[in-house]
Design a protein around this ligand. Structure first.
Ligand code: NDP
Length: 291
């Protein structure tokens, strides 16, 4: 049997065991997928243990993605550029680190390529996920401009400096989160991506834009958050008739990419999507009943 796991702290909320476990069932694969809560200071020893116990691969979630990039033997281009690892591949006595969030985001927005190439993308947020999103946009699409706005403006500018060498012809700029500065940016962007944790359950009333924001129907709005599935931002965009993309797509596709790297075959994403959606809806109902 091949063993896989997700490691994080906390990790109990992770839907990765359900995602991968369902794929093993559907494809009748002799694999297991566990989850381990690992404290940051225990990470190096834990990695040695996983190798000794014969694990074939790991998913890595918060807060270990950046630290893991320093612990592995080799990094893929994606993991090196983003500076974070979310997938470990054990290859004999070598451990390779990859970042499948890049693929996950790129696959989620592939159907709206026309809203990216030669167009303006507005990113709300400049944390770890924003790094994967910027690298995916620059390496797989050709936006004319990426504008980053972040509460901590220095962090936003750091992110843009970090990717200056990858920008090619794309303009990388930063803007203000204050309504007066943000409003014209929201208006001229073709794709808007929320990479902040504003709106993440249980603080579902959070939203990175004002409640009276009106989007244009030809705009595309993506929220990386998928708990809840319908965030306040997604609800606002839907009300305006804009096209929306849920963070669930990125979650599914980053997992599918890890699966393929480990097992050499595609994950049946379309068959698994409803299973994950049902679980998210069940969790949402439960949290409304027992807030
Ligand atoms: P980080 O902690 O690295 O970054 C958090 C971001 O949110 C920063 O830009 C931070 O701004 C901003 N932020 C947090 N609180 C506030 C606030 N009160 N007001 C304004 N801005 C705020 O997290 P990640 O980048 O890893 O994740 C961000 C979100 O994306 C999370 O909700 C996560 O669940 C989701 N995600 C989804 C994935 C998917 O597969 N769909 C994959 C990865 C993440 P500042 O710098 O000013 O603190």
């Amino acid at each position: 049997m091949k063993r896989f796991a997700v490691i994080g702290h906390p990790v109990a909320h992770s839907l990765s065991p359900l995602l991968h476990g369902k794929a093993y069932d559907l494809l009748r694969l002799d694999c297991s997928y566990e989850s381990f809560d690992i404290l940051p200071e225990a990470l190096p020893a834990a990695l040695r243990d996983f190798r000794e116990q014969g694990f074939s691969g790991l998913n890595v979630t918060l807060p270990h993605k950046e630290s893991m990039a320093k612990l592995v033997d080799t990094l893929t281009d994606e993991a090196r550029a983003v500076g974070a690892v979310n997938t470990i591949l054990v290859r004999g006595d070598r451990i390779a680190g990859d970042n499948t969030d890049v693929h996950g985001f790129a696959a989620s927005v592939a159907s709206v390529r026309k809203s990216i190439e030669g167009q303006t993308v507005l990113l709300l947020g400049a944390g770890g996920s924003a790094r994967a999103v910027v690298y995916a946009l620059l390496s797989r699409f050709k936006p004319s401009e990426i504008v980053v706005v972040n509460r901590d403006e220095d962090r936003g500018r750091d992110l843009l400096r970090h990717f200056a060498d990858h920008a090619g012809d794309a303009k990388l700029t930063s803007g203000s989160v204050e309504p007066a500065g943000l409003s014209p940016l929201l208006d001229r962007a073709d794709l808007i991506v929320n990479c902040t944790s504003l709106g993440l359950s249980p603080a579902v009333e959070g939203c990175p834009v004002k409640d009276d924001t009106v989007f244009r129907p030809e705009q595309v709005v993506m929220d990386l958050i998928y708990t809840p599935l319908r965030t306040r931002l997604i609800a606002l965009a839907t009300k305006s008739g804009a096209r929306t993309i849920s963070g669930l797509e990125m979650f599914l596709h980053q997992g599918a990419r890890s699966f393929e790297l480990w097992l050499g075959q595609p994950m049946p994403v379309d068959a698994i999507r409803p299973v994950i959606m049902n679980e998210l809806e069940r969790q949402q109902k439960e949290s409304r009943q027992h807030p």
